[in-house]
Design a protein around this ligand. Sequence first.
Ligand code: PLV
Length: 322
Amino acid sequence: MAKHFHLNTPLLESVSMSKHVGTTVYLKMENSQPSGSFKIRGIGHLCQTLARQSTGVVCSSGGNAGMAAAYVARKMGVPATIVVPSSSPQLVVQRLQDQGATVKIVGKVWDDANAEALRLAETEGLTYVPPFDHPLLWRGHASMIDEVAASLGSHVKPGAVLVSVGGGGLLCGVIQGLKDVGWTDVPVIAMETIGADCFNAAVKAGRLVTLDDITSEAKCLGAKTVCEKAFEYSQNSDLTIISELVTDQQALQAVETFLNEERVLVEMACGAALAAVYSGLIGRLQDEGQLPAALGPLLVIVCGGSSIDTNQLVNLKHKLAT
Ligand code: PLV
């Protein structure tokens, strides 16, 4: 059995969040992974499967997939090239370099950086590490739900799971995990910010949609097209996936509230999911009958993210002040 790069993260009960939603809230603390986000689960698994004999890996990323790839590559003794768009803050570039990666800044959004990563994989013979669209990533991410099931014990089942959606890899992994433990009847609330809403756009249109641009500050949710598997799941009548949006202001406010109440700093990409708790969205879904009035425990995937520090938080607050 190969050694994992990810940790079995804590499952914390949040008293203050439970107060906000009126049911017990459990936090799966993926922010405490070595690379700062859940991404290491899938990327660790993918690299262990595909990059053992590799002369180098190349990963396109909004930041966190790159952090995971850089960490895993360093541990495997393989060089890593991470391609990020110009929208990634300097602090991410620095953190990637500190992990020993070569960083290339290409294009305005992730889709541009990805085209360059694919080109490098082809011309330099590097192993391409996708940030969200690969079955090995979903298989790796699924381990977080196994851990939740083990932590909760056989007599407790979540009433709903709350996740953020960028390109849809986390969503696909969570659904894979729910299938693994026999929880496919548990509704999944898929959160995005307005302006980084490729999953919501696809759900509304009934087909994959490519956004013109990413206008949200939650840059790590900024894929222009959601992966096909996530869209397929949204069309599957055996599953309940509720796609919802929050504003950038709500996501940022959630980051701040989470920092104050839980003493943990996460990115806006994660704030999008947390905002569902703080903005009253869960209550609205209950009022609308989309979630049961007597809701079982709410499982929140605290996906984390490294593109944040106190300076960046202040910058975002200025940028988003209305
Ligand atoms: N971020 C990807 C895609 O960016 C990346 O390259 O890092 N929460 C955090 C903190 C994330 O970094 C991401 C993805 C998500 C949530 C959403 O995960 P996904 O892409 O699997 O839906 C463009």
